[in-house]
Design a protein around this ligand. Structure first.
Ligand SMILES: Cc1ncc(C[n+]2csc(CCOP(=O)(O)OP(=O)(O)O)c2C)c(N)n1
Ligand SMILES: [Mg+2]
Length: 273
């Protein structure tokens, strides 16, 4: 299956998962589908049968409200049974709306309080550097999340400690919970800010294009001798790939999903209900 087909399949799973809960964070889940698929299909050194393998690569999804996207990909990789997906956010579930490392196999850090996952990721990268285990530590932050002061403290730490095993991504979908980032607290010029914090920076024009993302990660890995962490800025679309979600714009952060919307979306994505 090619990567684009895989993305469509993952979008179907996300829609069914959030649909089973009745509502959820669909916008910020859909904007990182291509990134997650490229990471898990082409880059992450992991072993779903041994989720705790000590020298595995890690992914810390600091924008932890994108749990449904993470679960769809982990399920597809075989970390757990597909029957779990319909339990999203229900009492007793192993798939809470925000990522929880104590509940879900394959989740490397509990996240949801914005800013904190990114700091934890730097600590994990520092530990891996000390162990010299050869792992790459990946992390994903939101653009709204980037307004947190904690992000920039962690950025200083990473540069100070030459964390060249750190490849971070900003999901630059230009929207946050209830409005546009540029109206609330602009990040521009975002690439210059990361450069000023002594990170390598790679801009990806279309952050929902698998090939562009893949090339950026290959490039990031080639910069390892510079002894700096790398930030890949992905220009994405919030709600990408499902018409009603994309059309809702800033209202797609967390949406109610009716059975009719699931049906319509699944048909649009060319699948069976
Ligand atoms: C510390 C903290 N403050 C507020 C929230 C509530 N919250 C959840 S998601 C969100 C918006 C995040 O926007 P962004 O990072 O752009 O995420 P995305 O667009 O990718 O969904 C907010 C304010 C939170 N989870 N944590
Ligand atoms: Mg955003």
């Amino acid at each position: 299956m090619d990567l684009n087909q895989k993305c469509t399949q993952i979008r179907r799973l996300i829609l069914k998962t959030i649909g089973a809960a009745g509502s959820g964070h669909i916008g910020g889940s859909l904007s990182i589908v291509e990134l997650l698929v490229v990471l898990y299909e082409k880059h992450m050194n992991i072993s779903p049968k041994h989720p705790q393998k000590p020298d595995r690569d890690r992914l810390i999804v600091s924008k932890g409200h994108a749990g449904p996207a993470v679960y769809a990909v982990l399920c597809d990789k075989g970390y757990f049974d597909a029957s779990w997906l319909s339990t999203l956010n229900k009492p007793g579930t192993n798939l809470p709306s925000h990522c929880d490392m104590n509940k879900t196999p394959g989740v490397d850090m509990t996240t949801g309080s914005l800013g904190q996952g990114f700091s934890a990721a730097m600590g994990i990268a520092k530990a891996s550097q000390l162990r010299n285990d050869g792992a790459t530590i990946y992390t994903i932050i939101g653009d709204g999340e980037s307004q947190e002061g904690q992000i920039w403290e962690a950025a200083l730490f990473a540069a100070q400690h030459n964390l060249s095993n750190m490849i971070a991504f900003t999901d630059y979908n230009k929207m946050q919970l209830d409005g546009k980032v540029s109206d609330i607290c602009s990040l521009e010029p975002l690439d210059k800010k990361w450069e000023a914090f002594n990170w390598n920076v790679i801009n990806v024009k279309n952050g929902n294009d698998c090939d562009e993302i893949d090339r950026a990660i290959v490039k990031a890995k080639s910069l390892i001798n510079l002894k700096k962490p790398t930030m890949i800025i992905l220009n994405t679309t919030k709600g990408k790939g499902i018409h009603f979600a994309e059309a809702a714009g800033v209202n797609n952060h967390s949406m109610q999903i009716t059975p009719e919307m699931i049906e319509q979306g699944i048909i649009e994505l060319g699948g069976d209900l």
